[in-house]
Design a protein around this ligand. Sequence first.
Ligand code: 6PG
Length: 477
Amino acid sequence: MSKANIGVVGLAVMGSNLARNLASRAGNSVAIYNRSVDKTEALVAQHPEANFIASETIDEFVASLSTPRTAIIMVQAGAGTDAVISALAERFEEGDIIVDGGNALYTDTIRREKEVSQKGIHFVGAGISGGEEGALKGPSIMPGGTKESYETLGPILASIAAVAEGEPCVTHVGTDGAGHFVKMIHNGIEYADMQLIAEAYDILRQAGGLSPMEVSGVLENWNKGELESYLIEITAEVLSQVDAKTGKPLVDVILDAAGSKGTGVWTVQSALDLGTPVSGIAEAVFARSLSSQSAQRKAAPTFSAGTTSWDIADQAAFIESVRKALYASKIVAYAQGFDAIRAGAAENNWEINLGAVAKIWRGGCIIRAQFLNRISDAYGKNEQLVSLLFDDYFTKAIEDAAASWREVVAKASLAGIPVPAFASSLSYFDGLRATRLPAALVQGQRDFFGAHTYKRVDMPGTFHTLWSGDKSEIRTD
Ligand code: 6PG
């Protein structure tokens, strides 16, 4: 019996599409297995052209793989993943490769890699982005795990990945959980990007009086310039959609309570642990939480909120200001995301090439955009770049946008339009460029009530003021 060079476990939409993508590439034959057989049978029946080797049991599945056995797990993250990993690990042999292609928490991936590698089996946590269509036609793939496993896995993944400017959107991100960590940050950036676009839409609509269809047209225009991206493109489509039942813009009949599956929350939790400010991402996560607090929102009284109207003399100039504010805020969101990757890499001893990460996000994934070429150029020029904002291209972009950015945030606040991600990105920028921050005062407060000590600007050492005594200063180190 001929054997498969790659297998897929879990045949829900993402798994089926990935299996079909693999089977469509020359040289691949794909073993498939799903806990309930009907999904396997349906996939085989719907795609007789595909080079599938279907199995009804996990034993058959394992037996149908050539060595080194390589299987990609596409089941829901959590307990289900652990169950499949242990079933495979019991049957696999030294040198075989288990890939988790779900959105797993990277610390789970680190744990699983430790466990599985004890048997000499490679465990690779691979972030896969691009949704259902990406899985089928070419996702962006972020594998972790050992370098050795990538020798086998790399060519297979490269054969199914999206291609951007001639290069496959896959790279060995780093060891153990690095791939899932980077995918998590990708999703955090995705949240920020989406929230920023939503805020821009809200301003254009509430302050500018544009209809959803008109905002769609504006976004189509923006998509021809430096904001060109998949998310801008699909937002234009969503806004142009008319609800068949009511004839209203679809966006007006969708409940304004945004859900989430948790990867944005993980990004913020991890960044808090790493001490990396990802304020734009955090605001995007909280904006979804606020939108879903239906009890509070329903109970909110009609406040006299002190708002003033936003007078727009020149509609074209107004739209351009919003565009610039969006672009500057987006740069901040990406700068924060890449900072978090660098911090995660340092914490976990991963060697992550930030320029290579930007490159594999240029195609296939949800945040794909022209803009990522600029990021990859920036890190290509200077791998040690302290912040993306300090690269010449981005510095200039921010400087060009700064006045409009301030105007938009200020006027939105005056008009009572919530812009948490725009405003926090601007404050982050101002915090970063401030020569003195009020953190000095916070240190003074901490020293006052908790003797937490402080450092001085003019001499080395650690100091404490005897606040309840004669207020003299003592050196404590
Ligand atoms: C992708 C997406 C995908 C998904 C996330 C986020 O890269 O293909 O990020 O992983 O959209 O699950 O979804 P939520 O918005 O539901 O958290």
